[in-house]
Design a protein around this ligand. Structure first.
Ligand code: SAH
Length: 203
């Protein structure tokens, strides 16, 4: 997976490549799809949700340029796979999931794979928490517009990646904060399940 799907497509960050070779993806995939755990695509998780394609997880993590001492927020825990990869790359990971059953399954898989330090919260992660700031924020579901409340949660020098656009297809948007200024760049075309909640798509 690392050689064919990631390196060959241009993922260069050696920490991301090493992290993705360490995290056992099969531990995060439902039993019925386990034989397809290393397929080059998204897989069903139940509850209408999907575990993201490995390449997309790698591309998002690479944009965050994590060096090991960051506080990271993920919105949309899903299976917990991306949270496990982030845990390999950063100091602290908080991941928020709106579907309680998925949060519970993800917690088990994270503990089983040695990522018990990841804090999985249940609720609407599109809100952010006014008392917290993060060096990196990864949104794992498609927002109709860039979620302003999450951009506000970025620390100085912080980076955010979020798929932005309609459910039919999005661009991976990258935001970097420098003091009071933020710069926003739209990149890779992608297709995520819709973000729900205050900053999400209506149900
Ligand atoms: N990163 C995940 C993929 C998640 S799919 C993985 O590696 O498996 C997107 C997830 O976002 C779904 O589980 C969905 O329930 C969740 N989600 C959607 N809107 C949300 C919101 N407002 N807050 C928290 N989680 C949300």
């Amino acid at each position: 997976m690392v050689a064919r799907q990631l390196r060959r497509r241009g993922i260069r960050d050696s920490r991301v490549l090493a992290a993705m070779s360490r995290v056992p993806r099969e531990a995060f995939v439902p039993a019925a799809s386990r034989h397809r755990a290393y397929d080059d695509g998204a897989l069903p998780l139940g509850h209408g949700q999907t575990i993201s394609q490995p390449y997309v997880v790698a591309a998002m993590c690479e944009l965050l340029e994590l060096r090991g001492d960051e506080r990271v927020l993920e919105v949309g825990t899903g299976s917990g796979y991306a949270a496990a990869v982030l845990d390999e790359l950063a100091a602290l990971v908080v991941s928020v999931e709106v579907i309680p059953e998925l949060a519970a399954t993800a917690r088990v898989a994270l503990v089983e794979t040695g990522h018990a330090d990841v804090e999985v919260r249940t609720g609407d992660g599109s809100l952010g928490d006014a008392c917290e700031s993060f060096d990196a924020i990864l949104v794992s579901a498609a927002a109709p517009e860039l979620p302003a409340l999450l951009v506000e949660r970025l620390a100085d020098g912080g980076r955010l990646v979020c798929p932005v656009g309609p459910p039919s297809g999005q661009r991976l948007v990258f935001v970097e904060r420098r003091g009071d200024q933020t710069t926003t760049t739209a990149g890779l075309r992608c297709r995520f399940v819709p973000l729900r909640g205050v900053a999400g798509h209506p149900d």
